[in-house]
Design a protein around this ligand. Structure first.
Ligand code: NDP
Ligand code: NDP
Length: 314
């Protein structure tokens, strides 16, 4: 049992947080992680507002433990998402991809704890100024949307730790108890894992995507489409085509036309492994099996304790 600012802030048993991930983290995964003693998060970026409401209601019915909703601030109907989380009595919101000044106070006025996701010390300070309750610092290794500066998790954690006093959760490249311990030694008080939970029974990802992740090798992902928004993807036909265009100097408009619409859904939810956008972290090459979320949480925690004991002998 760990008792620190993160477990206290969320009232959870383990400082293990499952990332909000479009098309992968619906109510089933979020409630399973929360029931296992971590913090489950519904990823709202791919949900229409009424779908989000349904997921929150199902999550409330499936767990008596705390859970959160991730709201990417660039979501087109952001006002509606904010209203839904408030109306449904959500207690914790993780915001990402936008300025934390816009919604933090409003959410807090409704009794909601707000955690903002950042990829640099500069944005960490902005989150502190905006009054956020905690931050997630996410490094270059992470899947999906990524910071432009390409700062790795190992480099980011100590600098963000030095830059702010906020409770700090580390993300990007963490999938095991040993990775968790390393992040905590560097100054994090909790960890957020996405990739590891894509390969869970409860994740809503298509089975083809889960299998592609479980069979991926080192070097199989790449940070792509930087002229639009940097996203880490599994290299497939689509990724190679768009990377080639970017290397030849294609502009943002041309790349956006190649990307088209709903490619993330096509890949991660509908299972098109050639033409879909497959957002996943570098650590996917270390994830080999699809398992129940509870087993994943328990494995991470027991490995963390084992590793913590081992380092005493170094
Ligand atoms: P814009 O470049 O249009 O920025 C809009 C405003 O929001 C700017 O004032 C910017 O600050 C601020 N802002 C954006 N993201 C954050 C953040 N995570 N934390 C604090 N403030 C933020 O917005 P975009 O969202 O398109 O991209 C801005 C940057 O954020 C890029 O570097 C991008 O790669 C990165 N990003 C990070 C994501 C994440 O949360 N992991 C997801 C998507 C993008 P300022 O004026 O200081 O730049
Ligand atoms: P696109 O613009 O290519 O497609 C939009 C997708 O989002 C469609 O699949 C659509 O579903 C779904 N969607 C849900 N709500 C709405 C809405 N109100 N208006 C329009 N479409 C909606 O975007 P992406 O698939 O690349 O990204 C989807 C969202 O997820 C964006 O808001 C993006 O910023 C966010 N995102 C968040 C990430 C994260 O949280 N970690 C990572 C990457 C993206 P349908 O096809 O059924 O119409």
């Amino acid at each position: 049992m760990t008792n620190n600012r993160i477990t206290q802030l969320f009232n959870i048993k383990y400082p293990i947080i499952q990332a909000g991930m479009i098309w992968c983290s619906g109510w089933e995964l979020a409630s399973a992680v929360s029931n296992a003693g971590g913090l489950g998060i519904i990823g709202s970026g791919s949900m229409y507002p009424e779908i989000l409401r349904e997921h929150i209601q199902k999550c409330k019915a499936s767990t008596e433990f705390p859970f959160a909703v991730n709201v990417p601030l660039l979501y087109p109907d952001i006002e509606k998402h904010i209203s839904v989380v408030i109306e449904e009595g959500v207690k914790i919101v993780f915001t990402s991809a936008g300025n934390p000044k816009t919604w933090t106070k409003h959410l807090q006025q409704h009794g909601i704890k707000v955690v903002h996701l950042i990829a640099s010390s500069k944005f960490a300070k902005k989150a502190e100024d905006a009054g956020c309750d905690a931050i997630v610092c996410e490094g270059f290794e992470a899947g999906g949307h990524n910071g432009r500066d390409e700062t790795t998790t190992f480099v980011l954690i100590p600098q963000v730790r030095a830059a702010t006093n906020l409770p700090l959760i580390a993300a990007g490249g963490i999938a095991t108890g040993r990775g968790m311990l390393a992040a905590m030694v560097l100054g994090a008080e909790g960890v957020q894992l996405g990739t590891r939970f894509v390969c869970s029974d409860e994740s809503s990802a298509h089975v083809n995507f889960k299998n592609a992740v479980a069979h991926s090798n080192e070097g199989d992902t790449m940070l792509s489409i930087k002229k639009i928004v940097p996203v880490r993807l599994i290299k497939n036909e689509f990724q190679k085509r768009i990377q080639e265009a970017e290397d030849k100097g294609a502009g943002a408009e041309e790349l956006a036309a190649m990307l088209g619409r709903a490619r993330a859904k096509k890949g991660m939810f509908e299972g098109d492994m050639a033409e879909g956008e497959l957002e996943i972290g570098q650590i996917s090459s270390f994830v080999k099996e699809v398992k129940p979320a509870r087993e994943i949480v328990e494995e991470i925690w027991s490995e963390f304790l084992l590793a913590k004991n081992e380092v005493q002998h170094l």
